[in-house]
Ligand binder design. Structure first.
Ligand code: 5RP
Length: 297
């Protein structure tokens, strides 16, 4: 029998019906090979099915952004509090101790900086052999759906997925949003779905106020949300909570953690939401109560 939405001619995402994951807890990954599943289960905690990824790849297009002036000093204190490191190969090799037993999601696209109006003119800058040499669990590819270089960035994604599938390394598709693009559920849902259909194993996109649960429901692989520009800590925690509540399987957060007044406390507070079912108020209280050595005065 058609649902009310179908009768009314609206799309129906069946948001109340969980997707059947077919025997493996990471959405859409049931039919992958052992190595790929093993890498995904390093990223997505097998108990909660979720992940706190720390994004600190910003230098590849922004240079030394606020909070990342010194990767060795800024990132190391955060390592115990996050599940996965999203970074460049330069940042990883120079500043992250190899004995850090955290999975790496390696930024493999390159070629654009913030000095250009159009940042979609990217290529794949890292060979699959180098990703394997760095023991990457996943590779991240920036995709500009609807952007000037849409085809090129989707081709980058496809090439990386093909190479990763040969070795069992997962691919994170990142829905980059150009200055002129809307960040609404219609666009984000479309872009996320395109990346999943092209074979991305998980997708990073932005949270949107309206309709985010439909973005999640329409994407057959896990969605992790980007933090975006730095906002007050209480607001960033609320956004993380709302995204998780509407089905996101984690966060891939950068500036809202490393540029917080107290980055360690912020990583712990985000973690309490993603894995611990804390409310935004509880997480913010925890943030305010936590003292740590790298807090800014
Ligand atoms: C842009 C990226 C960034 O380089 C970064 O990972 C974003 O993190 P945040 O927005 O939380 O600072 O992927 O699309």
């Amino acid at each position: 029998m058609p649902s009310k939405e179908e009768v009314a001619g609206r799309k129906n995402f069946h948001v109340d019906t969980p997707m059947d994951t077919g025997g493996f807890y990471v959405r859409g990954s049931a039919h992958l090979d052992w190595g790929m599943k093993n890498r995904l289960s390093r990223i997505f905690n097998p108990d909660s099915g979720r992940t706190v990824m720390l994004a600190f790849d910003h230098g590849y297009l922004m240079g030394p952004t606020t909070g990342l002036e010194r990767l060795d000093l800024n990132i190391r204190p955060l390592l115990p509090h996050v599940d996965c490191l999203m970074c460049t190969r330069g940042g990883l090799r120079t500043c992250i101790p190899p004995q850090t037993n955290k999975p790496v999601c390696l930024r493999v696209t390159a070629g654009a900086t913030v000095l250009k109006d159009d940042m979609s003119d990217e290529c794949v800058g890292v060979d699959i052999e180098d990703a394997a040499r760095l023991n990457a669990s996943a590779m991240a590819v920036q995709c500009y759906v609807g952007g000037a270089c849409e085809r090129q960035t989707l081709e980058n994604l496809s090439r990386v997925i093909n190479a990763g599938n040969r070795l069992g390394i997962a691919t994170l598709g990142v829905t980059a949003v150009g200055k002129e693009m809307a960040r609404d559920a219609r666009y984000l849902g479309m872009a996320s779905r395109v990346l999943a259909e092209l074979g991305a194993h998980f997708v990073k996109t932005y949270f949107c106020e309206e309709g985010f649960e439909e973005v999640v429901a329409g994407c057959p692989v896990p969605i992790v949300i980007a933090g975006g520009k730095k906002i007050p800590e209480a607001d960033a925690l609320k956004m993380a909570w709302r995204a998780i509540d509407q089905g996101a399987r984690g966060v891939d957060m950068g500036r809202n953690i490393f540029a917080a007044r107290n980055p360690v406390a912020m990583a712990q507070a985000v973690r309490s939401i993603v894995h611990g079912a804390a409310s935004p108020d509880e997480a913010h209280e925890m943030y305010q109560d936590t003292k740590s050595d790298n807090a800014k005065p």
